[in-house]
Design a protein around this ligand. Structure first.
Ligand code: SAH
Length: 345
């Protein structure tokens, strides 16, 4: 282990104080802070507006812990998947998804996942640890650079739909978003950020209490407890009734519509009762439904439902004035699509 302190753990104020204690100007702290966060420098050498002596002094006192893009793959649809190496050697994945109108970063919040969804490749990995705020921020900054490089514009959206359950790493995810949205970070609008959760009621209420400004998506997949518990076993601990109450609380406080993510599987939730249950659940809180394509994960249990079943869902939802979108998978050929992130390499 390196004994030197990670300079990125310091606030701007602490950096300013450090320079004053070294007999330098507080302003030096601002310069370093800008290098670390706006310019995303990963070495002191890059900090060219500091003297050689100052850079050496920083090198003697600190390290810059940062992520490294270990491996990058580009799909034939333009999707880019990064295997990200963390300072302790663990790997997470993050994805850049370009469309005509936007480029979206899909980022991870944990190494592995706390939850146990049967259809998700990440759930099969051991849960190793939470990502710290910098590791989350760095994924976004790295993808922003790739967006500029390949698509010549900045990142427009961020979704927390990579590996992990963001609400089980609540504080670090919120700290990262604070920096992503800060003018002293990436300066992105919170309305372009979506946090996706499997549905942890207590934490959804906390988001509402904390008056967050980003969007919330819930991976629903079934509005019938018995079915949902089979495919998402933690539903036994956080049943739909609690989820419903938390979402109502969210809506009362934020006035913002929820997005439900929903995969339709053959023989699991493609029946009439499942459709009716979803329609009923959608009436609790203003919402929209994203029907997502199933991305197979080497498993016989789950099969994408037929086009007919999906059309049944669409027509029933539309008949009840519920907004529904069908989401095509991206980056399947490189295992970059929803639920496929599992460090295969
Ligand atoms: N833990 C969070 C975020 C990660 S999963 C959550 O559950 O929302 C991101 C999305 O991918 C979720 O909607 C999840 O249900 C979905 N997903 C997981 N495995 C999938 C698969 N094999 N095919 C399609 N979507 C999948």
């Amino acid at each position: 282990m390196n004994k030197k302190k990670d300079i990125r753990a310091l606030t701007k104020e602490q950096l300013r104080n450090f320079f004053v204690a070294e007999g330098d100007k507080a302003f030096r702290g601002n310069q370093v802070y800008e290098w670390l966060w706006i310019k995303n420098a990963y070495s002191f050498e890059e900090m060219t507006n500091l003297s050689k002596e100052t850079r050496q002094m920083l090198l003697d006192n600190f390290v810059i812990n940062h992520i490294e893009v270990d491996k990058m793959q580009r799909s034939n649809d333009g999707t880019v998947k990064n295997a990200i190496k963390l300072h302790d050697g663990l790997i997470v994945e993050s994805v850049l998804i370009p469309t005509d109108s936007r480029t979206t970063a899909c980022v991870s919040s944990q190494v592995g996942c706390t939850l146990d969804c049967k259809f998700c490749a990440t759930a099969r990995l051991k849960k190793m640890r939470n990502l710290n705020p910098d590791e989350i921020y760095d994924q976004v900054a790295a993808i922003n650079k790739e967006s500029l490089l390949y698509y010549h514009h900045k990142l427009s959206n961020i979704v927390f739909m990579g590996m992990g359950e963001p609400l089980m790493n609540y504080n670090n995810v919120l700290k990262a978003i604070e920096k992503i949205t800060s003018p002293e970070g990436l300066g992105m609008s919170p309305t372009r950020i979506t946090v996706s959760t499997s549905g942890v009621p207590k934490m959804i209420k906390k988001l509402a209490d904390d008056e967050v400004k980003f969007n919330l998506a819930v991976s629903l997949h079934s509005a019938i407890d018995e079915i949902r518990t089979k495919i998402m076993p933690f539903n036994a601990t956080f049943p739909l009734q609690d989820l419903k109450e938390a979402l109502q609380y969210w809506y009362t406080k934020t006035n913002r519509r929820i997005t439900y993510e929903y995969v339709v599987w053959d023989g699991i939730n493609d029946d009439k009762e499942s459709i009716n249950a979803l329609v009923k659940f959608c009436k609790h809180v203003p919402c929209k439904v994203n029907l997502i394509e199933y991305n197979p994960i080497d498993d016989d249990e789950f099969q994408q439902a037929s086009a007919k079943s999906i059309n049944n869902y669409i027509s029933n939802l539309e008949m009840n004035d519920i907004i529904v979108n069908v989401r095509r998978s991206r980056g399947k050929d490189i295992d970059a699509a929803c639920g496929q992130l599992a460090n295969k390499s």
